[in-house]
Design a protein around this ligand. Structure first.
Ligand SMILES: NC(=O)c1ccc[n+]([C@@H]2O[C@H](COP(=O)([O-])OP(=O)(O)OC[C@H]3O[C@@H](n4cnc5c(N)ncnc54)[C@H](O)[C@@H]3O)[C@@H](O)[C@H]2O)c1
Ligand SMILES: O=C(O)CC[C@@H](O)C(=O)O
Length: 389
């Protein structure tokens, strides 16, 4: 049976699924076939040649060396939407915290602890320093209308806000789930210019890194508040600090603070708690465990970030999976090897995504080592697995 190596604290409900199916789950495993992790920044040298699949129990996978995995035919999974509600709730809290100055107000209240009977009088006298606007009637701008962005949009509408969102790759699922009251921007500037609150919910990648920079900040209202529950690298912290110092930005709420952001009343620094709820942690762990099990035991790919979705029920007791570069004549060469070995294909699925393709082939009998060697020898084939039930 397979071994799964874990990094970070993965919810027991997910690990129990794997243990219940006979997997060995071990944070010290040396030659695991699967890895489950959360925010651990996985290095290529930590991925042994035994690894077939890696499941990120969460949405963002910029801590996994995906290109390296693709080169070696390792399938990387994430758990879309599984922690979206946890993040949404903290985003709403972040808007309220930054608006009503809850953070400096609480700190001040604690600071007068030794003032004895004067405390109630001081509170009434000083409270006006911490007044702040309500969010109802204000405009929330959202960049990225995926699992989290849509939930935030719908909740903000329910709280009486006007919501304008931008997502050039809006999925059908997001469109179905989003309130019709959400206004669709055709470019991000429309969002930046109108937002009283701006929240970003996009993945961090080469195209989005540093997207909130001095140029964007210059387009925003002077008292706008920015919320970043996506990734630290999306925001240019130096530009944010300069805008806060210049009084051209109201506040910055971030789940990804670095040292430069700490110790200020106008920065609400949260230690990456967006998905730290029992519900989100369990949802992510269960989804990650089930996807890894489906892949390791049946070769089915669900919610991969580098390979195409490809799954079908096992029609025979003998299955082959082949990953290959997405170039012409691969299927022909693979099926020829099987035909030459007298192996009959009962069912087959071939899917591709960008530069990679994946084949599930159910055959009528055992596949010998020499057939596997012939398949591996085809130029463009990355990995071959034999699975039998
Ligand atoms: N703070 C936390 O604990 C926490 C938890 C979950 C997710 N996250 C982060 O939030 C991100 C979003 O999570 P999600 O579950 O909503 O992911 P998702 O994949 O469901 O949604 C991301 C959306 O961003 C859109 N997008 C991509 N590039 C864009 C661009 N340049 N401009 C506008 N939209 C763009 C996509 O089309 C997609 O709809 C994750 O990638 C992760 O980094 C953080
Ligand atoms: O595992 C976590 O706590 C954070 C997960 C979050 O950053 C994500 O991208 O899903």
């Amino acid at each position: 049976m397979h071994t799964i190596k874990t990094y970070n604290k993965i919810a027991a409900s997910g690990l129990e699924i794997l243990a219940g199916k006979g997997y060995t789950v071990d944070e010290n495993a040396a030659d695991a076939q699967g890895i489950i992790l959360r925010s651990h920044k996985l290095q290529p040298e930590e991925i042994t040649t035994s690894v077939l699949g890696i499941a990120r129990a969460g949405a963002g996978y910029n801590n996994v060396p995906v290109d390296h995995c693709s080169e070696h035919g390792i399938v990387v999974f994430n758990t879309p939407g599984a922690n979206a509600n946890g993040v949404k709730e903290l985003v709403i809290a972040g808007m309220l915290l930054s608006s009503r100055q809850v953070y400096p107000a609480l700190a001040w209240a604690q600071s007068i602890k030794d003032q004895g009977e004067d405390v109630p009088k001081m509170i009434e006298k000083e409270k006006s320093r911490f007044a702040g606007p309500e969010i109802a009637g204000k405009t929330l701008g959202i960049i990225g209308l995926g699992a989290i962005g849509v939930l935030v949009a719908n909740s903000a509408i329910a709280l009486g806000m006007r919501v304008i969102g931008y997502d050039p790759f809006l999925s059908v699922e997001s469109a179905w789930g989003m309130s019709a009251a959400v206004e669709k921007a055709t470019n991000p500037d429309q969002v930046y210019q109108q937002a009283d609150y701006l929240t970003i919910h996009v993945p961090q990648n080469d195209k989005t890194k540093g997207m909130i920079n001095a140029e964007v900040l210059a387009k925003m209202k002077d008292d706008a508040r920015i919320l970043n529950f996506a990734r630290g690298g999306l925001v240019d912290n130096a530009a944010v600090l300069a805008a806060l110092d210049a009084g051209t930005l109201g506040a910055y709420v971030t789940d990804f603070p670095d040292a430069s952001l700490l110790g200020r009343d106008d920065v609400i620094a949260i230690p990456h708690l967006g998905a730290s709820t029992p519900e989100s942690e369990e949802n992510c762990a269960i989804m990650a465990a089930n996807q890894l099990d489906e892949f390791l035991t049946r070769g089915n790919i669900i919610n991969s970030v580098n390979f195409p979705a490809c799954s079908m029920p096992m029609t025979t007791g003998f299955r082959l999976t082949v990953s290959n570069r997405n170039v012409p004549k691969m299927v022909g060469q693979i099926t020829t090897v099987l035909a030459d070995a007298g192996i009959n294909i009962e069912d087959m699925m071939n899917r591709h995504r960008d530069e990679l393709a994946y084949n599930i082939i159910d055959v009528d009998g055992p596949v010998s080592d020499s057939v596997v060697t012939s398949l591996q020898a085809i130029d463009g084939v990355i990995a071959v697995r034999v699975i039998s039930s």
